[in-house]
Ligand binder design. Structure first.
Ligand code: HEM
Length: 241
């Protein structure tokens, strides 16, 4: 087998699973939950799962693995830093919009904010992500950032990046579960496993599978971008990140 075949298989799998997550979350909210609008109604709430799954899971996961792709290794690292930071910024913006959707919906129906375990884990995820993005910008993209700071920051950045992925998965699973428990009742309780519940449970399984594949790619040291000579000289500004 060629040296990078496994990596590309894993990457292909993550792309496929990511796409399926998007198709499932959009279909679930369109077909069973009344579609989308932005007027503080239940249809505004439906943007919440869609934006969270697209931003904090699919886009975040893809942005996290860009340095691992061998075809980028021959190119300037700075270019890929910009791609990584840009995709992460987009993921952050989508997740903030996703929070606005649910906070607005709560305000419209006078539902209290931040009462559930899901909302506590969720808000910690987004705040940690915003903190990580600002620190990453300051440490790795600003030319005035000292090399010793980059050296200290890099392992912390990698660890926190994986932690945020785990937090995002926990937020999505708890959010899906809460939405199903809150809305499936009457003639079709969650415990009777109606088609909607099967569909949404499967979405949860897809989200976890996507996370496991991305986590696997990030954990394999053999698939890290090799340090080139250019990377070995921190004071030239391309490096240690
Ligand atoms: C990374 C993903 C997610 C994050 C960070 C997140 C974050 C949050 C936060 C902070 C709130 C509280 C809003 C408020 O108090 O006004 C909330 C509410 C809610 N979210 Fe999520 N969420 C995520 C994914 C999901 C998903 C996939 C669903 C599935 C439908 C979902 C369902 C809910 C529900 C039902 C509420 C309202 C009840 C409550 O406040 O717990 N969430 N979410």
């Amino acid at each position: 087998m060629r040296p990078h075949t496994c990596l590309y298989v894993a990457y292909g799998l993550s792309l496929g699973l990511g796409l399926l997550c998007l198709v499932f979350v959009i279909s679930w909210n369109s077909y069973w939950r009344g579609g989308f609008s932005w007027d503080a109604s239940a249809q505004q709430f439906n943007w919440h799962p869609v934006l969270m799954v697209s931003g904090l899971v699919v886009l975040y996961g893809n942005a996290a693995v860009v340095y691992r792709l061998p075809f980028t290794w021959g190119q300037r690292k700075f270019t890929w830093k910009l791609v990584h930071a840009g995709l992460m910024l987009l993921a952050l913006v989508l997740s903030i919009l996703g929070l606005c959707a649910v906070f607005d919906f709560h305000r419209g129906l006078q539902i209290p904010d931040l009462y559930s375990l899901h909302s506590w884990v969720g808000i910690c995820t987004v705040v940690t992500f915003a903190f990580q993005w600002v620190l990453g910008l300051a440490g790795f993209l600003l030319p005035c950032s000292p090399w010793w700071f980059r050296i200290i920051l890099k392992p912390f950045h990698v660890w926190l990046g994986k932690a945020i992925l785990i937090l995002s998965l926990a937020s999505c699973i708890s959010g899906l579960n809460e939405a199903l428990l809150l809305t499936l009742n009457g003639a079709e309780p969650y415990s009777s496993l109606p088609v909607q519940a099967k569909f949404a449970n499967f979405l949860g399984v897809l989200i976890v599978a996507f996370g496991i594949i991305v986590f696997g790619i990030l954990s394999k040291t053999k698939w890290e971008r090799p340090e080139t000579d250019e990377n070995a000289y921190p004071l030239l500004g391309e490096n240690i990140s």
